[in-house]
Design a protein around this ligand. Structure first.
Ligand code: NAD
Length: 359
């Protein structure tokens, strides 16, 4: 039986994960999953003095996948760097060797007006960003912010070896192959040696095993412009940790709401699924968060970790149908909005209908 570790985390993390649990529960009769739930992030700091305990990390290593809500909040912001909730997240990703971050950003027809771009520009946008997650400048050593000869100096290191680039490139090419067979790789090869290596390795992987995929290389600064100029022409975008972090947020904005965006961080045989958004302390506890990002993350879990593409598609269809029905949480609607719980219930109702028709 597959094992899933649920880490609701902090703030709205707990609220949106509750809605996911209803869906997992629904499918338990069809595909039983062993579920364990535990503390993570600020909730774990309060109870155990650290954001990720060894016990929870062991449970994550034993599980087939982790479903995470969100971590963080103002009450933990002034803690030492290593004790902050976000540090727990970085450690979890690193320990699970979750080296590829998948961030789909799709503009749902029912929400086309939520985008800040003109309808005709954003229409049909369906971008899938694959970001390298365990290397690059966020992890490179040495790293410091200290006094050197009387002056404050800060430094981080952008380092990649060819294996790190190749494994994430392969994930991106495989995903492109299942979509419209187009991949855009982002770098800064004109200025950074490490990025020339990035471009060389991506090209070699393409030539060796993925000649059927159309490959385009773009400099990150140009890409930042092109994705808002012609978003619907992009399909899979591949980038390193830093550029991927930035471009995935930019692409996310095209869809109109943070509350709609799922993500997966996958390793060789482990994966973490989580909504892109944070713990939203400004709305936490009010039952008004949009649970769709978390629910779509769960759909990714069924697809990428459990290989249950049909369940994944049923969840996605249920979300689309609910949006088509005009159901909106506050972040995506103006009037007659529903609560987080109500959105979850409406999606579950549509899901049951779609599932029984397909059975
Ligand atoms: P945030 O994503 O929590 O919120 C940004 C804005 O979007 C807020 O106005 C919030 O109300 C809104 N929003 C976010 N998700 C929403 C949803 N599902 N439905 C409706 N509205 C939603 O980002 P932030 O405010 O910069 O960060 C808050 C805390 O979360 C910080 O401690 C930060 O470090 C942490 N954080 C955690 C993660 C993570 O766990 N992966 C990611 C980002 C931020």
């Amino acid at each position: 039986m597959s094992k899933i570790l649920i880490l609701p985390g902090d703030g709205i993390g707990k609220e949106v994960i509750n809605e996911c649990l209803k869906i997992i529960d629904y499918f338990q009769a069809k595909v039983p999953i062993e579920i364990t739930e535990d503390l993570f992030g600020g909730a774990s700091i309060d109870e155990n003095g650290m954001p990720l305990t060894k016990d929870v990390l062991d449970k994550a290593l034993e599980a087939d996948a982790v479903l995470l809500g969100a971590v963080g909040g103002p009450q933990w912001e002034n803690l030492e760097h290593d004790l902050k909730p976000e540090r727990g997240l970085l450690t979890l990703r690193k320990e699970l060797e979750a080296f590829a971050n998948l961030r789909p950003a799709k503009v749902f027809p029912a929400l086309i007006n939520a985008s800040t771009l003109k309808q005709e520009i954003v229409e049909g946008t369906d971008i899938f960003v694959v970001r390298e997650l365990t290397g690059g400048i966020y992890f490179g050593e040495p790293r410091y912010n200290k006094k050197v000869e009387g002056k404050r100096v800060g430094a981080n290191n952008l380092i990649y070896n060819e294996d790190e680039i190749e494994r994430v490139a392969r994930v991106a090419f495989e995903i492109a192959r299942k979509r419209s067979k187009k991949l855009t790789s982002l770098d800064k090869a004109n200025v950074l040696e490490v990025m020339q290596l990035w471009r060389d390795v991506v090209t070699e992987v393409h030539q060796k095993d993925f000649k059927d995929i159309e490959l385009e290389h773009l400099y990150i600064d140009n890409a930042a412009m092109q994705v808002i100029k012609r978003p619907s022409t992009f399909d899979v975008i591949l980038a390193g940790n830093l550029f991927g972090d930035i471009i995935s947020d930019e692409v996310a904005e095209l869809t109109g709401s943070l509350g709609m965006l799922p993500s997966a961080s996958i390793g060789k045989d482990k994966a973490i699924y989580e909504p892109v958004h944070g713990s939203a302390p400004d709305i936490a506890g009010q039952n008004i968060a949009n649970p769709i990002a978390a629910i779509l993350s769960l759909a990714m879990l069924y697809k990428y970790s459990l290989n249950l593409d049909n369940i994944s598609e049923t969840i996605e269809k249920a979300v689309s149908k609910t949006l088509d029905d005009g159901i909106r949480t506050k972040d995506i609607g103006n009037k007659n909005t529903v609560t987080c719980t109500e959105m979850g219930d409406k999606i579950l109702k549509n899901l049951a209908k779609i599932d029984s028709k397909e059975a």
